[in-house]
Design a protein around this ligand. Structure first.
Ligand code: NAD
Length: 498
């Protein structure tokens, strides 16, 4: 009988046999590995109830004690790293050293959350008026929820819940239903680390569970990471329901290759950034904009050579470079974009559509693909492909390259490869993108900065994790207090206090 992945509510694993279920696949083999329960509204309401009950106690737990739970959690994550990476590999398909990198970036968010007492320090001003002092403090919101995508089942949830929890909130996570096992396992470790029951729950599911979270007046904030159409809908619905919301969406990340770039370095960097994790990263560099004919020709030539040695396969063969894409339907979508680029006049330099991996013939593999002479009108350029596909657009000047990026609907990440400091500075100053790299292809901010794109890559104001995360998961309260010297009485005053 197929194993059914349930939920974690009130510190216990629960499974409701009356709920709908969905198959979870091993994308390397195409086989069903387990099923996942799709939470009903009733199940979500139970999680909210448990969270609501746990909130008063957790809110009043000293920040240092909340942080101690995270210290223990970090140790458990490290002790169980191999198992977590295996679970990620089996359901997502990403190769084990890529999964280890993802987990490490997640752990770094736990480390940041361990600084809770420092992060939650308020602001104090003495003598704002006669005998009057004032301070601002940052109070938790209450029950908050996170909805996460399939492509980082360990890291993206850890962008959210460690910080939300150390800030004194109770957190309900709705992970992707396509690869739920590693996320649920991680949440169980947090319970083992000593988190009181109800402070963190996981409800697996789909739109029904998400709607139940958004519609509940008891849920005060929603963090969402996923595709842009869903992010936009979630943001609109959550806002209409009076909730604070940050909704991070899709991307189309460009790298400008300047004529003076160290071309071998640019090619090495871009190979990993374009094809790593099969291009299923919101920071994947999927467009190379080459400036000048020579840079274009050299880049395409060297990239073509570099791609010959790439190894595609299952997650636990250490020599593989990347694995399958998440599903059969997604493979068809990626192949469809490659074919449409060809039909619309682009040149397919390296074609990954016909790949077959020995021993894994039914897996959802797409080989690394390089497409030259792409233009902004092509469908493959406008959309986020989310596959191992690098497209090359050739332009004559850096201004043209920057205009192209600024005109694109997405503004998540970008990078310039150059040796010219002046060009790099002009680029980072003026580009309409939230995360910028200079000779750094995946400028994913570290845990003590914050992550977020511009334009249609993020709906909301505050970015994810880091300092913005602390602000997102807390509300400011400003207290103004007077302790008059003994015997001093203030008279009646009708003027506005100044
Ligand atoms: P997705 O939008 O399909 O799903 C994301 C989450 O939303 C999942 O938990 C899913 O169950 C839920 N969901 C899906 N449809 C829904 C609906 N109609 N109503 C309510 N909830 C719904 O995204 P995905 O395919 O899992 O992930 C890939 C996408 O995520 C890509 O577009 C990628 O760029 C984006 N992403 C963005 C970032 C970022 O930080 N900007 C990070 C990672 C991934």
């Amino acid at each position: 009988m197929t194993n059914v992945i349930g939920h974690l509510i009130g510190g216990k694993l629960v499974n409701d046999s009356t709920e709908r279920t969905q198959d979870v696949f091993n994308p390397a083999t195409g086989e069903v590995s387990c099923q996942v329960s799709l939470a009903s509204k009733k199940t979500v309401e139970q999680a909210i109830k448990e969270a609501q009950a746990a909130f008063p106690g957790w809110r009043n737990t000293q920040p240092i004690k909340r942080a101690r739970v995270m210290f223990r959690f970090k140790e458990l994550l490290e002790q169980n790293a191999e198992h977590i990476c295996k679970l990620i590999g089996q359901e997502h398909g990403k190769i084990s050293h890529d999964a280890a990198g993802e987990l490490q970036r997640g752990i770094e968010n736990v480390e940041y959350a361990c600084g809770a007492p420092e992060l939650l320090k308020g602001e104090h001003s003495k003598n704002v008026g006669p005998n009057i002092d004032s301070w601002s403090e940052f109070q938790p919101l209450g029950v908050v929820a996170g909805i996460t995508p399939f492509n980082f089942p360990a890291m993206v949830p850890m962008w959210m819940f460690p910080l939300a929890i150390v800030c004194g909130n109770c957190f309900i996570l709705k992970p992707s239903e396509r690869d739920p096992s590693s996320t649920l396992f991680i949440a169980k470790l947090l319970t083992e680390a000593g988190l009181p029951d109800g402070v963190m729950s996981v409800v697996n599911g789909d739109k029904e569970a998400v709607d139940a979270l958004i519609e509940s007046p008891l849920v005060k904030a929603i963090s969402f990471v996923g595709s842009t159409p869903i992010a936009e809908t979630i943001y609109a619905k959550a806002s209409a329901n009076g909730k604070r919301c940050q909704a991070l969406g899709g991307a189309k990340n460009h790298a400008i290759i300047m004529p003076d770039a160290d071309m071998d370095n640019a090619v090495n960097q871009l190979t990993g950034a374009a094809f790593g994790s099969s291009g299923e990263r919101c920071m994947a560099l999927s467009v190379a904009v080459t400036v000048g004919k020579q840079a274009g020709d050299t880049f395409v030539g060297k990239m073509t050579d570099a791609m010959q040695g790439l190894k595609v396969g299952d997650y636990d063969t250490a020599t593989n470079d990347f694995g399958p894409v998440i599903s059969k339907a997604h493979k068809e979508k990626v192949v469809g974009f490659i074919n449409s680029a060809k039909q619309q006049g682009a040149k397919i330099i390296v074609d990954g559509t016909q790949i077959s991996v020995k021993g894994f013939e039914d897996g959802y593999f797409v080989g690394a693909t390089l497409i030259d002479d792409v233009t902004p009108e092509m469908d493959s350029y406008k959309a986020e492909i989310f596959g191992p596909v690098l497209q090359v657009i050739r332009v004559d000047t850096m201004e043209e390259a920057m205009q192209l990026i600024n005109d694109h609907e997405y503004g998540n990440g970008t990078c310039i490869f150059t040796r010219d400091g002046e060009a790099a500075r002009y680029f980072s100053d003026n580009i309409e993108v939230g995360m910028v790299g200079v000779n750094v292809p995946l400028p994913v901010p570290v845990a003590y900065h914050s992550f977020g794109g511009w334009k249609r890559s993020l709906f909301g104001d505050l970015h994810a994790y880091g300092p913005d995360g602390v602000r997102f998961y807390t509300k400011r309260k400003t207290v103004t207090q007077r302790w008059p010297s003994s015997g001093l009485r203030e008279g009646v005053n009708f003027a506005f206090p100044s």
